[in-house]
Design a protein around this ligand. Structure first.
Ligand code: PMV
Length: 327
């Protein structure tokens, strides 16, 4: 009753921002992301068959507070699915990421994806990407998109029980091997408002929210067409526009939510200037200050130099990554 899984984080090109159900983590709109290699989280889960509390260790520390609660919740769902007869008992979970949790990358996405794959396998279930995506979603919405590699769409679904709200792979990581995704670390500070709280406040108070949610469905459809053709310029333009619109709707919240720092804007402006010189580089931005640049293998070195010249202490170089897997 023990299994280990590895999963990668992902970066959304059409973002998820806002829930229609806070408990089940059901989004108002669909979203689309690229799974990021080589960054990874490795998680081992063992069901001990014994009574007692779960033992949860994340990056060498005993998990506490909200983080612990979310993991316990996911383990509880696996026990429920397995049924009382199976007597899984308390779990021991050890999770470790090979990138800093505060990097501004969704480490929780990789963590909950790895947890879902490992826990279901430890409980005796065979691989089932749909069930894994639904379970990962309950830990962190974006985690639903880290079960599979390459280009992944999380369909919002319509059902109240969330059974049709899961992610599926559209193209695997071999579809576009020249694509590069560069995380520019302009700040390592913990953000003041977590995505979870930021999106709740946006849904409740931003007058622009309905327009954002409506637009996203069209943008997902549009970007899929361009990903299929590996059209970097078209994909980059949609990703930038979508990131601006997510931040615009958050800025419209009360109190306003501004995740950008001066260095973020510097990098964004430098991208625009570089494009004028014929270098193919675009940006996207999650709910934090660290921009992620989209570029090709050909322009990678120039894009890295650009971010470094404009305040980034470090650049994490990624490319499309693969499926979450058991090891
Ligand atoms: O899954 P969460 O609760 O970490 O929210 C993720 C929100 C964004 O990263 C801003 C967008 C996305 O789709 O990943």
């Amino acid at each position: 009753m023990k299994a280990t899984a590895i999963a990668h984080p992902n970066i959304a090109l059409v973002k998820y921002w806002g829930k229609r159900d806070e408990k089940l983590i059901l989004p108002h709109q669909s979203s689309l992301s690229v799974t990021l290699g080589p960054l990874a989280v490795t998680t081992t889960v063992e069901f001990t068959g014994q009574k007692g509390p779960d033992q949860i260790e994340i990056n060498g520390k005993v998990a506490e507070g909200g983080e612990r609660k979310r993991v316990e919740e996911a383990l509880k769902l696996v026990r429920l699915e397995a049924g009382a007869k199976k007597k899984l008992g308390a779990a021991r979970m050890v999770s470790r990421g090979d990138f800093p949790a505060s990097a501004g990358l969704a480490s929780s996405a990789a963590a909950f994806a790895a947890l879902s794959v490992a826990a279901r396998s430890a409980a005796g279930f065979g691989r089932d990407t749909k069930a894994e995506s639904i379970l990962a979603r309950r830990g962190s919405g974006s985690a639903s998109r880290s079960i599979e590699g390459g280009f992944v769409r999380w369909n919002r679904g319509k059902r109240a029980d969330g059974k049709d709200s899961f992610a599926e792979q559209l193209f695997d990581e071999r579809h576009w091997p020249e694509l590069r995704l560069l995380v520019g670390m302009v700040s390592r500070e913990e953000k003041e408002v977590k995505s979870r709280d930021g999106m709740r406040s946006t849904v409740e108070t931003s007058p622009y929210y309905p327009a954002w949610a409506k637009d996203a469905e069209r943008e997902v459809k549009e970007i899929v067409r361009f990903i299929k053709r590996r059209d970097l310029e078209a994909v980059g333009e949609i990703a930038e526009r979508n990131a601006w619109r997510m931040h615009a709707t958050a800025l419209g919240a009360n109190p306003p939510l501004c995740y950008l720092k001066p260095a973020t804007l510097e990098v964004i402006e430098a991208c625009r200037q570089l494009r004028k010189q014929g270098v193919g580089v675009w940006f996207t931005l999650d709910a934090g200050p660290n921009p992620v640049l989209l570029t090709s293998a050909t322009d990678e070195a120039r894009a890295v130099a650009l971010v470094k010249a404009h305040g980034a202490s470090e650049v994490v170089q990624c490319r499309p990554g693969g499926d979450a897997r058991l090891v």
